[in-house]
Design a protein around this ligand. Structure first.
Ligand SMILES: *Cc1c(COP(=O)(O)O)cnc(C)c1O
Length: 361
C-alpha cells in the first residue's frame, strides 16, 4: 500500500531527541524550543515565532491575542479543515463562511464586501493545500475596513507570493506540525507575528498567564499550550531539510500533472507569481460518484487516497441556516488527495498514474 502521507524522519531527528532524553530536558524548557522558534522565524522570514502544542491551539491563541470574542464575526472559508472554524467558536465569536474561487480553491476575495457588517472583526485566510490566498488584495480590504487579518498557514509552509513567505501578510499567522504536514513535530504548531506586543501576548497566554519576574503569579487566565523540547528537537531537524522536502513536493506535483495530463481530471491552478509548496497534490473528477469509484479502484490497486475536506458549513454544528456555497460544494464533492510525501519515488508515481489510467480506460 502506498500511503497518502509518510513523514521523512531520516535526518537529525533521532540524534536531537536522544539529546533531550540524555539531558533529561523533555518538557517545555530546553534549547530546542528556542532554537526551533528562531530557525522557524529565520526560514519563514517572520519577526516572532512562538511554538505551541498543535495547530488548533495556535489558531485559538491568534484569535485571543487579537481580542476577538463574543459578538464578533470572523470570515473564513468553509472549504478548510474543521480546526480553522472551531477556533473561532472557542473564543465565542461567529464564523461567517465565504465561498472559494473555482481555479485556485482559495477564498473568493470578490465576495467579501457583501459579508461585512458592523460586527465583522477579522478575515481568516486559509491557504488550502499549499496555494496562497490573494493576500495583497486582502491586506487592502483589511486596511480599508479596519479588520484584522489572520493566516492559517497549516498547509502552506514554504509557500510564497512574489518571493514573500505566507504568514507575513497578516496580523497573526499560524502553522501546524501534525504528522502529515510539510514540517512535522508529531503534534505541534507555531504562532507568528511581526508585532512585539502581539508576540508577548501570545507567549503570556500559552504559558498559563504567568507574569514575568514573579513566581507562581498569574495575572490573566492563560492556557498550557506549550510545545515540548522533544517535539521542538524533531522540528529543528525537520527544518534543516525543509528546502529538500519542498522541492521534492513541487517535483512530484509537476510529475503528477505530466503523467495525468490527458485524463479527464482537473488540478488546482497556480496563479502568477506564486511559489506553491504543494502540501497535498489533489485531483478533481467529474462528480462525487466517479470520485468514490476511483478511490475504491485505487484502494484495490494498493494506493491510499483522501477525499478533499468536506464543507464545514454543512456539518451539523455549523449548518444552522442551510447556507449554499456552490463552488465549495462542487469542488469538495468530487476531489481527492493523491499520495504526496517527500520520500516518494518516480516508480510509485508511475504506479499510481497507471492505476488511474486503467480506471478511465
Ligand atoms: C492541520 C490543520 C490545522 C490544525 O492543525 P493541528 O496541528 O492538527 O491541530 C488547522 N488548519 C488547517 C487548514 C490544517 O490543515
Amino acid at each position: 500500500m502506498i500511503p497518502v502521507y509518510q513523514p521523512d524522519l531520516s535526518g537529525n531527528e533521532k540524534r536531537y531527541v536522544n539529546e533531550c532524553l540524555d539531558s533529561s530536558w523533555i518538557s517545555s524548557k530546553g534549547r530546542f524550543v528556542t532554537d526551533f522558534e528562531q530557525s522557524f522565524a529565520d526560514y519563514t522570514q517572520t519577526k516572532y515565532a512562538a511554538s505551541v502544542a498543535n495547530g488548533t491551539v495556535a489558531l485559538h491563541l491568534a484569535l485571543l491575542a487579537l481580542g476577538i470574542g463574543p459578538g464578533d464575526e470572523v470570515i473564513v472559508p468553509s472549504f478548510t479543515y474543521i480546526a480553522s472554524v472551531n477556533a473561532i467558536r472557542y473564543v465565542g465569536a461567529t464564523p461567517v463562511f465565504v465561498d472559494i474561487e473555482p481555479a485556485s480553491w482559495q477564498l473568493d476575495v470578490s465576495q467579501l464586501r457583501a459579508l461585512f457588517n458592523k460586527n465583522t472583526k477579522a478575515i481568516m485566510a486559509v491557504h488550502i493545500y499549499g496555494h496562497p490566498c490573494d493576500m495583497p488584495a486582502l491586506q487592502q480590504l483589511a486596511r480599508q475596513y479596519r479588520l484584522y487579518l489572520i493566516e492559517d498557514c497549516a498547509e502552506a509552509f514554504g509557500t510564497q507570493i512574489d518571493g514573500q513567505h505566507v504568514g507575513t501578510f497578516s496580523d497573526v499567522a499560524t502553522y501546524s506540525f501534525f504528522g502529515n504536514k510539510t514540517v512535522t513535530t508529531g503534534e505541534g504548531g507555531m504562532v507568528v507575528t511581526q508585532c512585539p506586543e502581539l508576540d508577548a501576548k501570545i507567549r503570556h497566554l500559552k504559558g498559563q498567564g504567568l507574569m514575568s519576574g514573579r513566581e507562581y503569579w498569574h495575572d490573566i487566565i492563560g492556557y498550557n499550550y506549550r510545545m515540548t523540547n522533544i517535539c521542538a528537537a524533531i522540528g529543528l531537524a525537520q527544518l534543516e531539510r525543509a528546502p529538500l522536502f519542498i522541492s521534492k513536493k513541487q517535483a512530484l506535483a509537476h510529475r503528477y500533472q505530466q503523467l495525468l495530463a490527458d485524463l479527464p481530471l482537473t488540478f488546482q491552478q497556480v496563479k502568477a507569481g506564486i511559489t506553491h509548496s504543494w502540501w497535498m497534490f489533489s485531483i478533481l473528477t467529474g462528480d462525487a460518484a466517479e470520485r468514490d469509484a476511483l478511490r475504491q479502484h485505487l484502494w484495490n490497486e494498493g494506493v491510499e487516497t483522501r477525499p478533499l475536506f468536506n464543507p464545514v458549513h454543512q456539518m451539523p454544528m455549523y449548518a444552522i441556516d442551510k447556507q449554499s456555497l456552490p463552488v465549495t460544494e462542487w469542488i469538495a464533492g468530487r476531489g481527492m488527495n493523491l499520495p504526496s510525501w517527500p520520500g516518494m519515488t518516480d516508480e510509485m508515481l508511475q504506479r499510481i498514474s497507471t492505476a488511474i489510467r486503467t480506471f478511465y480506460r
